[in-house]
Design a protein around this ligand. Structure first.
Ligand code: ADP
Ligand code: C5P
Ligand code: MG
Length: 251
C-alpha cells in the first residue's frame, strides 16, 4: 500500500485541489465486488448523500468496454462474444480517465447497459473530485500501468461455484439473458478467462477478502484503515478537513 499518498495537489495558480485515494477492487465475476464497494460506501456514510457532495465514489470497469460492431453485437446476444478478455476493454481510455481523476479533474464516464451490450451515454456518471475513488472490475489489476495507479488493491475471493450460482440468476434477472446464453458464455469465455487473466492478478492485492461481502470483519478493517489514512492526512494539512463522515458504532 502507498502510505505516502498526498491528499491534495497544488496547481500553478495556487489553487489546491483534492487528489483522491484510489482503491482497485478486483475479483472474478459475481465474487461480490460491486456489493463490497457498496458496503464500503455505506460504512463511510456516503450513500444518502447527493452525488455532488459525495467524498467516495465507485466506478466500474464496464464503463471502459470498447464499443461493439454490429457483427460483434449479434455474437454477444448469443453469448458468443468474449467480454472477459483484456482486449475487450479500452486500456488507454481507462488509464487516461484514472490519471485525470488522480489530478483532481472532474470527469464524465458512460454507464453500461448489459441488455444491449453497449455503453450508456444517457446515464453518464460524473466523477467529482473526491477523497476516495473505488475502481472495480474483473481485470483492474491486469494492465501494469493501471495497476500501478492504485494506492490500495483489494481482491474479492469467492469460490467459483458460488460465483456461478450467483451469476446465473443475476444475468437472467438483471442483465436480460437466457439460461443457455449465460451457460454457453460462462463455459466458453468467462471461466477460461478468469483462470488465465483474472485469477493470476490476486498476487498483486494488498488485501484479499475471502467470501466477499459476507466478510464483515475484513470490510470493517478496510474501512477503518481508509478513515485513519484520510484523518491523518487531513489533520496534517493546515486549514483543511476531510469530508469523510465518521460513523462511530455506539451500539
Ligand atoms: P460482482 O460485482 O463481483 O460481479 P456482485 O456484487 O454483483 O458481484 O454480486 C453478484 C450477485 O450476487 C448479485 O446478484 C449480488 O446481489 C449477489 N451477492 C453478492 N454478495 C452476496 C452475498 N454475500 N450473499 C448473497 N448474495 C450475494
Ligand atoms: O459484475 P461482473 O464482474 O460480473 O461484470 C463482469 C462480467 O460481465 C464479465 O464476466 C462479462 O462476462 C460480463 N459481461 C457480459 N456482457 C456484457 C459485458 C460484460 O456478460 N455486455
Ligand atoms: Mg459488478
Amino acid at each position: 500500500m502507498d502510505m505516502d499518498h498526498a491528499h491534495t495537489l497544488s496547481l500553478p495558480n495556487g489553487d489546491v485541489v483534492k487528489k483522491p485515494f484510489l482503491i482497485g477492487v478486483a475479483g472474478g465475476t459475481a465474487s461480490g465486488k460491486s456489493t463490497v464497494c457498496k458496503k464500503i460506501m455505506t460504512e463511510l456514510g456516503q450513500t444518502d448523500m447527493d452525488h455532488t457532495q459525495r467524498q467516495v465514489v465507485t466506478i466500474s470497469q464496464d464503463s471502459f468496454y470498447r464499443e461493439l460492431t454490429a457483427a460483434e453485437k449479434a455474437k454477444a446476444f448469443q453469448g458468443l462474444y468474449n467480454f472477459d478478455h483484456p482486449d475487450a476493454f479500452d486500456e488507454q481510455l481507462m488509464y487516461d480517465t484514472l490519471e485525470a481523476i488522480l489530478k483532481g479533474v472532474k470527469v464524465e464516464i458512460p454507464g453500461y447497459d448489459y441488455k444491449t451490450n453497449s455503453l450508456d451515454y444517457e446515464n453518464k456518471l460524473t466523477i467529482y473530485p473526491a477523497d476516495v475513488v473505488l475502481f472495480e472490475g474483473i481485470l483492474v489489476f491486469y494492465f501494469p500501468k493501471i495497476r500501478d495507479l492504485f494506492h490500495m488493491k483489494l481482491f474479492v475471493d469467492t469460490d467459483s461455484d458460488t460465483r456461478l450460482a450467483r451469476r446465473v440468476p443475476r444475468d437472467i434477472n438483471e442483465r436480460g439473458r437466457d439460461l443457455d446464453a449465460v451457460l454457453t458464455q460462462y463455459m466458453t469465455f468467462v471461466k477460461p478467462a478468469f483462470e488465465e487473466f483474472c485469477s493470476p492478478t490476486k498476487k498483486f492485492a494488498d488485501v484479499i477478502i475471502p467470501r466477499g461481502a459476507d466478510n464483515t470483519v475484513a470490510i470493517d478493517l478496510i474501512v477503518q484503515h481508509i478513515r485513519d489514512l484520510l484523518n491523518s492526512q487531513s489533520s496534517s494539512r493546515k486549514g483543511s478537513s476531510s469530508n469523510i463522515q465518521i460513523n462511530m458504532n455506539v451500539d
